[in-house]
Design a protein around this ligand. Structure first.
Ligand code: CUA
Length: 343
């Protein structure tokens, strides 16, 4: 008894630590257990079904096991050998048929849901088409119907099916918005498809769900679901002429040192880094520095000064690498912080 208690005493902090870690998995919207859309809802229903069946099996098996252990244990002074049983057809049939029935109860809805969720809406005129390209460690969202490209923040209208075409620019990643649905791998050379629905307006946090390098856990993005009118305003704002820095010196520095990889405005041709149109309206900088925790200008400065310290392995060079002066860094951060789009 003493010994067991000692083991328990050691286990308690460990268990508490694990519970703490699990409960502290980031901001509150990153949960498959609080579905915010029909796809996540269906996936959650499958989880509930399988967990209930598994719980039922565990409870019944353990109950029988404990009953047998107690009922048929060897009693004091009893040295007889129990009756030897070789087989029992009735029991064998029962324990073969019950799992078969359970598997059917699990299998039919699972197959149904999996096929239902893999429906292809890429030719559906009522669905919004979005091409997702995963990069180490950021997300690119292209809207081929509108000719616009954005990064890190997927903007979608509510009440419409959104058909995704998923690919990767480098290694394998996985596209996942836990409260809305997913996940789906992104590969190079292959296009995967899936669809999601956003019935409610709101900002939903997305994650990369495939280990892709040192900053895999920082490869976050946002999905912003807005009403159709706001979405139309967003599209129009994204298509309007790009805003450039007013100061000629800052403009020159921005164009020569930033736009060699990034892009602003409608055209994204040749851009290998995130499109920065309206970056001042985004929730985060670099996908992970929250603008509600620190002023956006500070986040921009932190990110541009040394991206490696924020996202190890990021391909973006530091301010020093591209030779940005302090004045240019300030000017560019200020310009980007104020580059907002209303929708
Ligand atoms: Cu991209 Cu993990």
């Amino acid at each position: 008894m003493m010994n067991r208690w000692r083991v328990m005493k050691r286990l308690i902090p460990l268990l508490a630590g694990m519970a703490f870690l699990l409960s502290a998995c980031g901001r509150d919207d990153l949960s498959t257990l609080k579905p915010q859309g029909p796809v996540a809802e269906e996936q959650f229903n499958l989880m509930k079904l399988s967990i209930s069946i598994m719980t039922l099996v565990v409870v019944v098996v353990f109950a029988i096991c404990i009953y047998v252990l107690i009922r048929f244990r060897r009693r004091k002074g009893d040295n007889t050998i129990p009756k030897q049983v070789e087989g029992n057809h009735k029991l064998e049939i029962i324990w073969t048929v019950i799992p078969l029935i359970l598997l059917l109860i699990l299998g039919v809805p699972t197959i149904n849901t999996v096929f239902g969720l893999s429906k292809d809406y890429s030719k559906d005129k009522d669905a919004l088409q979005v091409k997702v390209t995963a990069h180490q460690y950021w997300w690119e969202f292209e809207y081929p119907e509108y000719g616009i490209v954005t990064a890190q923040e997927l903007v979608v209208p509510t009440g419409k099916k959104v058909s995704f075409e998923l690919a990767s620019a480098d290694v394998k990643h996985s596209f996942w918005i836990p409260s809305i649905g997913g996940k789906m791998d992104t590969n190079t050379g292959v296009t995967n498809r899936m669809y999601l629905e956003f019935p409610k307006e709101g900002i939903f946090r997305g994650k990369c769900a495939e280990l892709c390098g040192p900053s895999h856990s920082l490869m976050d993005f946002k999905a912003k679901a807005v009403d159709q009118a706001s979405f139309d305003r967003w599209v129009a704002a994204m298509k309007s002429p790009a805003v450039v820095p007013e100061d000629a010196k800052i403009k020159e520095a921005f164009e020569s040192k930033c736009l060699s990889c990034h892009a602003v405005g409608e055209t994204n041709s040749g851009a290998s880094a995130p499109n920065l149109t309206g970056v001042g309206s985004r929730e985060t900088i670099g996908g992970i520095l929250y603008n509600d925790e620190k002023p956006i200008e500070d986040n921009l400065k932190e990110w541009i000064t040394d991206p490696q310290s924020v996202k190890p392995g990021a391909t973006m060079p530091s301010a020093k690498d591209v030779g940005l002066t302090d004045e240019e860094l300030d000017g560019i951060s200020k310009y980007l912080a104020n580059y907002k789009i209303d929708y």
